[in-house]
Design a protein around this ligand. Sequence first.
Ligand SMILES: NC(=O)c1ccc[n+]([C@@H]2O[C@H](COP(=O)([O-])OP(=O)(O)OC[C@H]3O[C@@H](n4cnc5c(N)ncnc54)[C@H](OP(=O)(O)O)[C@@H]3O)[C@@H](O)[C@H]2O)c1
Length: 302
Amino acid sequence: MPLSDNAAPARYPLAIIGAGALGLHFAARLADVLRVAVIGRDAEHAARLRAGVEVGGQRYCADAFAAAQPPRADWVIVLVKAGDTTAAATIAERMQPLGVLSLQNGLTGDLLRAHCRAPRVDQGITTEGAYRERTAAGERVQPSGAGETLLPPGFEPVAQILAQAGLHARIEPDIARARLAKLLVNVAINPLAALYRVPNGALLEPPYREALDTLVREAWPVLHAEGLALDLDAALARVHAVATATAANRASMLQDVLAGRRTEIDAITGALLQMGARQGRALPTHAAIHRQIKALEPPAAA
Ligand SMILES: NC(=O)c1ccc[n+]([C@@H]2O[C@H](COP(=O)([O-])OP(=O)(O)OC[C@H]3O[C@@H](n4cnc5c(N)ncnc54)[C@H](OP(=O)(O)O)[C@@H]3O)[C@@H](O)[C@H]2O)c1
């Protein structure tokens, strides 16, 4: 149970699974407008979150719970890394929610649906940003730029809550296309930045630019056949625009590789490769990059 002054409600209006960079960024903002349950990895993590964590320069004491004892909640947002999606789906189902929304990178909706039988389970996208930093006192979360959050139809109450908290959020009627557009950017920028260990902007210059454009050209027919509403020139322009706008950033996959963590390559490039296999289209450059990133990951836990 949380150690908050106010007793925990029998049912929270909203919960977030994944108390990392983005989860705590969202939770701290949303806590200004309603009670938010934050699900930490274990009891020790939950205790640290209840004691308070610095988020965007403010101390945030979360209504935190261990993953083994989640409270009931109407709506659940999943913000664990893609490799932890199955565990998060199981936790979410135990919360007996009306709906579960992933805002993760990569395509995780099918996996979430396979392990969680809530009435609505779907995936939106967000360009909100945040990162975790080690400090002498432990850890803090820093927002790294306001973005936009697009939610699938059926998640209107969640969109309304996000907007009340001052976040830029709306329902996107064609969320599948929006996810494909984000996947296009992720399959091009994320693995290359991680492989060459460069900030996003460097990918626009030689010697990386050729590889970046090759990845876009190879991915485009597959994503277009799935419903991506961009022609090839627009797809290239979209990826270049994101690399320019985030020129100084270190992509999350690069951060994962540098920290010796698993990456989200399976939910990103792996998802593209699965689409290609379904369509009978070869994606040799993406397949090679997938293998190279997998080789950089630590061995899976037994
Ligand atoms: N950060 C951003 O700017 C950003 C922007 C857009 C999208 N995203 C996406 O959002 C997702 C989350 O990213 P992030 O940067 O916030 O990652 P993160 O900082 O690593 O946070 C993930 C959190 O989930 C926890 N977790 C893992 N498995 C769990 C489980 N079974 N039960 C409870 N908690 C669990 C992790 O605990 P441990 O630390 O113990 O593993 C960690 O606290 C990713 O898909 C990412 O691609 C992030």
